[in-house]
Design a protein around this ligand. Structure first.
Ligand SMILES: C[S@@+](CC[C@H](N)C(=O)[O-])C[C@H]1O[C@@H](n2cnc3c(N)ncnc32)[C@H](O)[C@@H]1O
Length: 230
């Protein structure tokens, strides 16, 4: 068990320890099942460069570092992470900032920093989206993500319960070469039909974890006037 996992185990089991960091650590942060899932996605796809949108108290960042195949580069973007309440103890912040390959960007928004990554021609293997849930924010995040993601790269999006997030995901599933990636074999039928049946099926599929995993399958070769209603 690595140090991130040891810290996480303490946070999830020791109520006082967690509250000493922040009173609202949960449900602001991902829960244990979501964290285990994200670590499994990392171990399965072995991304070298991971970008994370939305740090807050850093729980999801800890989960990234709990994976066996830790990324060599981990860019975390959140200019508002200490607003309105900074953590009472900086235990997680201190831990994350010390990890090899971590860049914690806390001046630019996800949209601004992703634009910078695109300008620099940075390529990434996996993005975890858990920042602003406004429709225009998620669409803009995804605009840049689709352009910096390597082919076969993975996007994990939290908050599918939230309509604007779900709508943005549906746009990308229907209009760009993204496909939902299944974990269990029984999900394959459902996944295949998400773009056809629509967002309600996506919601049902994702309900237990509220995380959607998408893969960029091929190069975007849409016609100039392409638009598929979503
Ligand atoms: C739900 S919290 C993230 C929780 C974190 N992923 C975890 O599970 O530990 C959402 C975060 O998104 C950040 N956020 C909101 N708008 C943003 C933006 N435009 N760019 C980057 N981060 C943003 C907020 O400051 C907040 O800390």
């Amino acid at each position: 068990m690595n140090n991130a996992r040891t810290l996480l185990d303490r946070i999830y089991t020791d109520f006082e320890f967690a509250h000493a960091i922040a009173d609202d650590l949960f449900p602001v942060s991902i829960n244990r099942d979501q964290g285990i899932f994200i670590a499994k996605v990392i171990d399965r796809h072995k991304p070298k460069v991971v970008v994370e949108l939305g740090f807050r108290y850093g729980i999801s960042s800890l989960w990234v570092h709990s994976a066996t195949h830790r990324p060599s580069s981990h860019i975390i973007i959140d200019p508002y992470h200490h607003i309105p309440n900074p953590p009472k103890r900086f235990t997680i912040d201190t831990f994350i900032r010390k990890q090899k390959g971590v860049i914690l960007e806390d001046h630019m928004t996800s949209q601004e920093y992703l634009a910078k990554l695109l300008r620099q021609k940075t390529k990434v293997d996996m993005v975890f989206v858990d920042a602003s849930q406004w429709f225009d924010s998620v669409m803009t995040d995804m605009y840049f993500v689709a352009r910096i993601l390597r082919l076969k790269g993975i996007v994990v999006i939290r908050n599918i319960w939230s309509k604007p997030v779900r709508k943005a995901v549906m746009y990308y599933l229907k209009n760009l070469p993204f496909t939902v990636v299944g974990i269990a074999p029984w999900q394959e039928w459902v996944i295949k039909h998400v773009p056809v049946v629509g967002e309600l099926l996506l919601r049902v599929l994702i309900r237990p974890l509220d995380l959607c995993v998408m893969r960029l399958t091929h190069v975007d070769n849409r016609d100039w006037d392409s638009y598929i209603p979503f």
